[in-house]
Design a protein around this ligand. Structure first.
Ligand SMILES: Cc1cc2nc3c(=O)[nH]c(=O)nc-3n(C[C@H](O)[C@H](O)[C@H](O)COP(=O)(O)OP(=O)(O)OC[C@H]3O[C@@H](n4cnc5c(N)ncnc54)[C@H](O)[C@@H]3O)c2cc1C
Length: 347
């Protein structure tokens, strides 16, 4: 992150960089033919009471042949998606055109038309699709994964795939590494490997948290739903620092100890790492994450020993980024800045 370069020695190198796979393949062997056809997907989030159901809605064919869905997710209604080929270095944000497309289709199926003003947040990303001949529509490309061993450099690239196939992708990749290194192919452990926080999990393990820590049942449920039995590790620093039991926002569920845990054990290095990719608050509400930025910044300062200047720079950078996302989606910065106090939902 600080731009320093250093050398790492390894017997085998795996390139698992998703939509950016070609950039690393071409670093290893300049001139290699590109294989990725990244496709942008944009999603918006709406208050769940606009579509009060526990069911998901799937529109199998929109006017241009895409699939559109509206799914209750994390207390919100998640509406997606678009499918548009992008260059690997394109800025991935929800645009005003994406908002128009998604609402135009959704509004054909809801009793009252939903307006852009009701959007609470959104996100976009690039799907790592692998193209066979570099032409044709990305929405017709299969979501299969491909493993390539580059004969010139020895680089092993795992490309394509889905979240839903990640364990199979990892298993195949490790088999390839074993082959390349001439190792005996041992049976993969992934099928029965219990993920962190799954050890000793029972439906009532939240009760132990309530017994051992001064927390409400609601907080215990929230932590267990997210961290499983690793919740005890999340709560560990609160024994010496009880302030970390406070929620980040007065009306929210996430507690301050989760920020400390994200920094210490989940490699969070920026405010966006915490609010978007560890807590998910940025997906729940842009307004909430604007409000939480300074609290998260102060907690990270304490953990990472940032100077006051670095901390205020980190907070400003994050807030500007959220405003940029709001503006790119054609929405009003002022509305999101002021809607914080109107929200009563518990995140
Ligand atoms: C909008 C959207 C919706 C999706 N919906 C679904 C879905 O509903 N179901 C589903 O199963 N899948 C879905 N996917 C697909 C899923 O997100 C991907 O298949 C999955 O994330 C691929 O995992 P990966 O680890 O290969 O790549 P990624 O998750 O992209 O991870 C690659 C990592 O490499 C890092 N990186 C890149 N370049 C470098 C570099 N030079 N040096 C170091 N690090 C680097 C990146 O920062 C990133 O962290 C969706 C994708 C998008 C974009």
């Amino acid at each position: 992150m600080n731009g320093n370069a250093f050398t790492v020695k390894a017997h085998a190198t795996v390139n698992a960089t998703g939509p950016l796979s070609d950039s690393v393949r071409q670093l290893a062997t300049p001139g290699l033919k590109k294989r990725m056809r990244p496709s942008k997907g944009a999603h918006i989030l709406l208050p769940l009471d606009l579509f009060p159901t526990e069911d998901a809605l799937l529109i199998p064919k929109t006017e241009d042949g895409r699939v559109l869905f509206a799914v209750p997710w994390g207390g919100r209604l998640l509406v997606g998606t678009t499918d548009e080929e992008v260059s690997p270095d394109a800025e991935l944000v929800v645009t005003a055109e994406d908002v128009d497309y998604l609402l135009r289709h959704l509004n054909q199926y809801v009793a009252r038309p939903i307006t852009p003003d009701e959007i609470v947040s959104g996100f976009a990303g690039a799907r790592p699709l692998v193209g066979s001949n570099g032409s044709g529509d990305t929405k017709k490309l299969a979501r299969d994964d491909v493993i390539e061993v580059d004969p010139a450099s020895g680089l092993i690239s795992i490309m394509g795939g889905k979240w839903t196939t990640h364990r199979a992708m990892a298993e195949d990749t490790i088999h390839t590494v074993q082959q390349v290194l001439g190792l005996l192919q041992t049976e993969s452990k992934t099928r029965n490997h219990i993920l962190h926080g799954g050890e000793g999990f029972t439906d009532d393990c939240w009760k132990r948290l309530c017994r051992e820590h001064p927390i409400s049942e609601g907080t215990a449920y929230h932590l267990v739903a997210k961290f499983g039995t690793a919740s005890l590790e999340v709560l560990e620093p609160t024994i010496d620092t009880p302030d970390l039991l406070q929620t980040i926002l007065p009306r929210g569920r996430a507690i301050r100890a989760e920020v400390v845990y994200a920094v210490r054990y989940e490699m969070a290095a920026t405010i966006e790492d915490v609010l978007a990719r560890r807590l998910g608050m940025q997906f729940y509400s842009w307004s909430d994450s604007l409000e939480a930025a300074s609290i998260v910044g102060a907690l990270m300062q304490n953990e990472l020993l940032w100077s006051d200047t670095s901390t205020s720079d980190a907070i400003t950078t994050y807030i500007e980024k959220i405003y940029h996302l709001i503006e790119m989606a054609g929405l009003s910065r002022e509305r999101h800045a002021s809607s914080r106090s109107e929200e009563s939902a518990a995140h």
